[in-house]
Design a protein around this ligand. Structure first.
Ligand SMILES: Cc1ncc(COP(=O)(O)O)c(C=O)c1O
Length: 391
């Protein structure tokens, strides 16, 4: 018996890779960090004053909580989806402090202890934690690569069980950068039609496509055949993770939406975790966020060009990708990912994320952040090329 809950089965000591980076930093070695995912550290200049002014100009801070969030803020988000061509009512929108919190709420809404949610692999490593903390099991389904990424429906079908309560899609996915295609959505809806199962579509990177493509489904919001929850928030779309505002858009038939919304309302009322100032400042934050996004997209485009310039004809291959903040590099198959990542750090002072962080099916891969400042990124990629070129 332990004093603590079995929901926290993980080791609390940092992994060898984190220890190595910490050691480098303590020794004062100038590490080129290609793992950076915090936009407040990469946008230069970051609009601190503008965000401060947006919050300072709020005239009324009387506390009038609504479980789904302030109606004015939800109207603003409905207007935003209008610009994507999706008509929503404010009742379909529920505010949360973050997408992570949205997952916690949705797992509470949909799952009993021991139930299962299907998660794409490779994808966001936090799913395992978010699910386990709600006593829910993650069951992987495969994303396959044959020059571009696609959902392996054979694997998805095999992963379904009577305990499956939700299928998570990440659109576009992290780190593969793959969007859900219209033909895939048809198959997905088909698969879920006669089951008590919902779709959770994580769309936090939807505003970062590399190019337009009519075959993609930019958002699942507004589809009316299956109960679907779309997640987004200021963290990525406005480059403001510190403001702590995310949202859930509920779609499906009118009856499905209402039965989910009344339960979500009760769940969210129990916590009321979104601060009033961020809700009041939302219209202004979305405007500032648009410019942040434009600058990040510029950096991403420059870094994609650098990958092409530096790695064409080299033994490091960039996997095809369509959007998001990451790129996956396939390294020469002469050693394990662990050894590659360690050598890059020790010999070239370059930090990358090994593919196994995201459960890549084979190795060796390195995941690099496309929001890394351009000079650091290009120099980091040159050093990866140099080490790989020794073989
Ligand atoms: C796919 C995906 N979803 C959600 C998040 C976290 O979003 P938030 O900051 O809103 O919790 C991340 C963070 O990297 C992510 O990669």
């Amino acid at each position: 018996m332990s004093l603590y809950s079995r929901r926290l089965p993980w080791s609390f000591s940092p992994n060898s890779f984190t220890r190595l980076i910490d050691g480098k930093r303590r020794a004062g070695d100038p590490v080129l960090d290609l793992t950076i995912s915090n936009p407040t550290e990469v946008l230069s200049p970051y609009p601190h004053a503008q965000i401060g002014e947006a919050c300072a100009s709020i005239a009324d801070l009387t506390y009038r909580p609504h479980p789904l969030g302030a109606e004015s803020a939800r109207n603003e988000i409905a207007r935003l989806y209008g610009t994507y061509g999706v008509a929503l009512t404010p009742r379909q929108i529920a505010l949360t402090a973050s997408s992570s919190e949205a997952y916690a709420m949705l797992f509470k809404l949909l799952c009993n202890a021991g139930d299962e949610v299907l998660v794409p692999v490779p994808s966001y490593p936090l799913f395992e934690y978010l699910a386990a903390l709600e006593c829910v099991r993650t069951v992987p389904y495969r994303l396959a690569y044959d020059g571009s990424w696609f959902i392996d429906f054979h694997s998805l079908r095999k992963s379904l069980s009577p305990q499956s309560r939700a299928i998570i899609v990440v659109n576009p996915n992290n780190p593969t950068g793959s969007f859900v295609k219209a033909a895939e959505l048809v198959q997905l809806l088909d698969l879920t039609l006669d089951r008590d199962i919902a779709i959770i579509s994580d769309e936090v990177f939807m505003d970062y496509p590399f190019q337009e493509d009519a075959l993609r489904v930019p958002t699942l919001a507004g589809q009316d055949s299956i109960l679907t929850f779309c997640l987004n928030g200021l963290s990525k779309m406005a480059a403001m993770p510190q403001m702590k505002l995310g949202w859930i858009v509920t779609s499906g038939s009118a009856a499905q939406r209402e039965s989910a919304c009344e339960r979500l309302e009760l769940l969210l009322d129990t916590y009321l975790s979104v601060s009033s100032p961020v809700q009041a400042a939302l219209p202004e934050l979305l405007k500032i966020g648009k410019e942040n996004r434009r600058k990040l997209r510029q950096t991403i485009a420059a870094n994609l060009r650098a990958l092409k310039t530096e790695l064409t004809g080299q033994p490091v291959h960039v996997l095809q990708s369509e959007g998001g903040w990451s790129a996956i590099l396939q390294l020469p198959h002469i050693s394990s990912e662990e050894i590659w990542a360690t050598r890059l750090l020790q010999e070239e002072n370059v930090a990358v994320q090994p593919g196994y962080f995201f459960d890549m099916a084979s190795e060796p891969y390195a995941v690099v952040s496309l929001i890394t400042p351009e000079e650091t990124f290009t120099e980091g990629i040159r050093r990866i090329r140099r080490l790989a070129g020794e073989y």
